[in-house]
Write a protein that binds this ligand. Structure first.
Ligand code: PEP
Length: 249
């Protein structure tokens, strides 16, 4: 059961090939993967079905996006029902790439979260501020607003939804956020949920951290009591991912 475990997800983004699938899943098969960690890997949609036969039993597959409808005239989109049908367990929604490049609004992300959950996908809902918002000290305004949109759609039922806090300015910039800063923000998010959803959800919601998590900094980050796992970009395409998976003893 993923809820009792530290969760580590890899996000390949638009990277990889069939060869990468075979190579990286072989590395995961070899592991070792700590029994107390729940692992998922988010490969590009086109490789999800192909990955199924290479994916070790103790790793689950994730999609990087899906639409908010079961079927219909939505050219280029993938429905949660389709993902479920081919054995995908997780979906990442509201990643900053989607919000920034593809202009996904808080409302659209929230609708997608609601819909994916309806189809029994486990959802990683991403929140996080960009560089200018951080510079303007708007971190909390931004992440609370993003969380509020999601929470309004969920109407108190956060089953199968985990949050990922990803400060956009720390992704691919080399700028680091200290483990203490991460802990403070995760605590604030949980407190917001306690106050605005209910204490039961606030106490058990999981928050993953994403933003240049590496083999070097993963242990320190994993020691923070409110860091419940990681969402890993770049390093999930490397052998180093195994070290990150095992960051929590
Ligand atoms: C991401 O984009 O979700 C991410 C966390 O990337 P990286 O680990 O490469 O910073």
């Amino acid at each position: 059961q993923y809820k009792q475990k530290f969760i580590v997800g890899g996000n390949w983004k638009m990277n990889g090939s069939k060869k990468t699938v075979r190579r990286l899943f072989k590395i995961l098969e070899k592991g070792p993967i700590n029994n107390n960690t729940h692992v998922f890997v988010s490969v590009p949609t086109i490789y999800l079905a192909y990955s199924k036969s290479f994916c070790p039993k103790n790793v689950q597959l994730a999609a990087q996006n899906c639409y908010k409808a079961k079927k219909g005239a939505f050219t280029g989109e993938t429905s949660p029902a389709m993902l479920k049908e081919i054995g995908v367990e997780w979906v990442i929604l509201g990643h900053s790439d989607r919000r920034q490049i593809f202009k996904e609004s808080n409302e659209l992300v929230a609708e997608k979260v609601f819909f994916a959950k309806k189809f029994n996908l486990k959802v990683v809902a991403c929140v996080g501020e960009n560089q200018s918002e951080q510079a303007a000290k708007k971190t909390y305004d931004v992440i609370f607003k993003q969380t509020k949109a999601i929470s309004e759609k969920l109407c108190g039922d956060w089953t199968n939804v985990v949050l990922a806090y990803e400060p956009v300015w720390a992704i691919r910039t080399g700028k680091t956020v200290t483990p203490e800063q991460v802990e403070e923000i995760h605590c604030a998010l949980k407190e917001w949920i306690c106050l605005n959803v209910c204490p039961e959800v606030g106490d058990c919601v999981k928050i993953l951290y994403g933003g240049l998590v590496t083999g070097k900094n993963c242990k320190k980050l994993a020691r923070q009591p409110n860091v419940d796992g990681f969402l890993v970009g770049e390093a999930s395409l490397k052998k180093e991912f195994i070290k990150i998976i095992n960051a929590k003893p």
